[in-house]
Structures are given as C-alpha cells and as structure tokens.
Design a protein around this ligand. Structure first.
Ligand SMILES: C=C1C[C@]23C[C@@]1(O)CC[C@H]2[C@@]12CCC[C@@](C)(C(=O)O1)[C@H]2[C@@H]3C(=O)O
Ligand SMILES: O=C(O)CCC(=O)C(=O)O
Ligand SMILES: [Fe+2]
Length: 350
C-alpha cells in the first residue's frame, strides 16, 4: 500500500504548544510571545519595498507561456498567472468558506485541532517550532476529504464546506497538471514514471490545501504573519485575498511584495522542483506580513509526486547536485531542518 501524505507527517509529531493558535479575537495589544525582533530588511510595510521589478505576471493563453514560465522559475521561483481557466466564483466561494470558518469562536475551531501526530485540521503553521516567536496566523489543513474535520466543527452542516473544498481541489489539480506538463517539458520531457502521477488519480499524488488567516494586528511592524519558508511541494498555487502582505525574497532586491490581482493566482515553485531541476529553478523564500487595518486570507494548494516517489535531478549534461531520495525522506529531513534540508542532500563539496 502506498504511503499517504498524512502518514508521512505522522513520524514527526509536534508539541501542542506549537499547534494551538492564540485566540486573537480578544487581543488589543501584541503579547511578547508574538513580538518579533525588527529586521534590518524593512519593517514589512509594503511601501518601503518593491524597488525594482515586480514578480512576472504570465498569461496562460499566451503562445509563449511555457518559455515565460521557465524564465520566471529560473529568476524568481514564482509568478502570477492570469487566464488560468479557474472560474472566479470557485475562488470566491472557497474564500467565503475560509472566512466562515475562521470567524467561528475559538472553542468551535479547536474541536478540529490538528493532533500531535496529525497533518490535517485547525492549528498553527507546521514550521512554528523553528522560530522563537509565534506567528500572527491561524491555519486549516486539508488532505483528501475535509469532511471528518468539518464534521467536528459543523456536525449538522458540514456538507457545503466539503463540496466547495472538494471542487476547489479538483480544479486546482487540473491546473497543476497542466503547469507540471509545461515544466517537465522545459526540463527535457515527461518520463513514463512522471506520466503515472501527473494526470493520475488524486490518491496517487501529494496534494494538500491550506486555508490561512491573518487577523488584524495591533502592532503589525513587530509581528509576523507567516515566517520565511520555501514550500516543500513541486509547485504551489496560491489565491490571496485583496490584502497585501505576501513577500518574496529576491537576491539583490530584498523582500519584494506580491500585490494581489483579483483574477490572478500566484504560483510558487517548491523544493521538489528545485531538486528535480538540479537548482535551475529557484524555490522562492517567502513570508507574510500583517496589518492593523485589514485581515488577510489565503488558500494554498500544494502539489507534488507521491510520497514514495524517488526524486532525483533530471539532468543529462551536468553532475547531479542532489542525491536521490523519496519525497517521504525529504519531508523527514525538512521536519528536523527547515532551512538546511536542501544543503543536507546536496552532493556539492564545500
Ligand atoms: C503539504 C504540506 C505543505 C505544508 C505542510 C503540509 O503538510 C500542510 C501545510 C503546508 C504548510 C502551509 C504553511 C507554510 C508551510 C511551510 C507550513 O508550515 O505548513 C507549508 C508546508 C510546506 O510547504 O512544507
Ligand atoms: O498567505 C500567503 O499569501 C502565503 C501562504 C503560504 O506561503 C503557504 O501557505 O505556504
Ligand atoms: Fe508558502
């Protein structure tokens, strides 16, 4: 039997302290537990950033879309995608469900709290243990059907949430399959093995949906919505509500804001694609800042090969920079070393 994504996380339990979010609804000041030292790279105010070019916006209907995606992955590890074919209504209804969920009182949300060894449900971001301060954030993770977790929150009225999340996952998978085809073509063509999981059935790949909520914050310049990280996925498709906050780190430019465009989705290339492309494609380091005037929501769809799939650089003309390993093994290494995981599997001598 193939290992599932949830099972891959089971061996890496978290302390409850790193799972239970704060009840932000009653807070008028920033608790010390959530006060981050101010960094030299800016205070998170988007007006202080964005010097230089913004991340590319690519039209999926453009005849040159594939080449443009290749360039964006090489230079940024991220791009905004328009004309992607996902109806606006599908994105709007998932955002509405996220709002409905996070607006519930804390005790209702805690009914679906992620367990120490679990991967789905309500809680802090998985990366919490790697940072000395807590993030100004609540999350809800879905892998496969969201119904078991939704039933805990809405015992008699879980169906609308499930239907909307299932539909969203289907639509996102179709778009991710299309992007994966283009990306593998850029890397020299799709192998029979890749064909088996791209376009394959949902239970034959790694996919997850993460609903993110960043409440209004009394002292946004001292808080952090989501700390700097790269995604573990092959690629991530992100919908952000119309509130600024997402930033991508670009060598030479610093933290660059990714301003929301109503009909665009953000695509991040993740660690798995960085490995497969032998470092040709970047995996974008990104973070989320918060603000005092508006709350922020986002919905991330993570997509990648099955957990038992062996990942190794697809190169014919140069030496592989990373050793081969399964997705599951990589998840295990990253669970212990958030920022050092790629170096730990590097074959380059220092
Ligand atoms: C499939 C996954 C990717 C993710 C860990 C997860 O199991 C589900 C949540 C995802 C998320 C969302 C917020 C940022 C992130 C780093 C985290 O802490 O949880 C990502 C994880 C990831 O990309 O590794
Ligand atoms: O909220 C955002 O814009 C980014 C979320 C994110 O990075 C993630 O879920 O991995
Ligand atoms: Fe992310």
């Amino acid at each position: 039997m193939a290992t599932t994504l949830s099972e891959a996380y089971r061996d890496h339990p978290l302390h409850l302290h790193h799972i239970i979010p704060l009840d932000f609804s009653s807070l008028r000041t920033l608790p010390d537990s959530h006060a981050w030292p101010q960094s030299e790279d800016g205070d998170g105010d988007d007006d202080n950033h964005g010097i230089g070019s913004p991340i590319p916006i690519i039209d999926l209907m453009d005849p040159n879309a594939m080449e443009l995606i290749g360039l964006a992955c090489e230079n940024w590890g991220a791009f905004q995608l328009k004309n992607h074919g996902i109806p606006l209504s599908v994105v709007e209804e998932v955002e509405e469900e996220a709002k409905r969920l996070f607006a519930l009182p804390a005790d209702r949300k805690l009914k679906a709290l992620r367990s120490a060894t679990g991967a789905t449900g309500y809680g802090r971001a998985r990366i919490s243990p790697f940072f000395p301060k807590h993030m100004w954030h609540e999350g809800f993770t879905i892998m496969g059907s969201p119904c078991d977790d939704a039933k805990k929150i809405w015992p008699n009225d879980y169906a609308p949430f499930c239907t909307i999340m299932d539909n969203y996952q289907k639509q996102m998978k179709a778009l991710a399959d299309k992007l994966a085809h283009m990306i593998f073509n850029l890397l020299g063509g799709i192998s029979e093995e890749q064909k088996r999981w791209i376009n394959g059935s949902t239970n034959n790949l790694c996919e997850a949906v993460q609903l993110n909520f960043y409440p209004r914050c009394p002292e946004p310049n001292r808080a952090m919505g989501l700390a700097p990280h790269t995604d573990t996925s092959l690629l991530t498709i992100l919908h952000q509500s119309q509130t600024n906050g997402l930033q991508i780190f670009k060598e030479g430019a610093g933290w660059v804001p990714v301003h929301p465009h109503p009909s665009s989705l953000v695509v991040h290339t993740g660690d798995i694609l960085h490995i497969l492309s032998n470092s040709r494609f970047r995996c974008a380091l990104h973070r989320v800042m918060v603000n005092s005037a508006r709350e922020r929501y986002s919905v991330a769809y993570f997509y990648g090969p099955p957990v038992d799939h062996v990942v190794s650089p697809l190169v014919l003309d140069s030496l592989p920079r990373f050793r081969s390993l399964t997705v599951k093994e990589y998840i295990g290494i990253k669970a212990k070393n958030l920022r050092g995981a790629l170096s730990l599997i590097s074959m380059l001598k220092n």
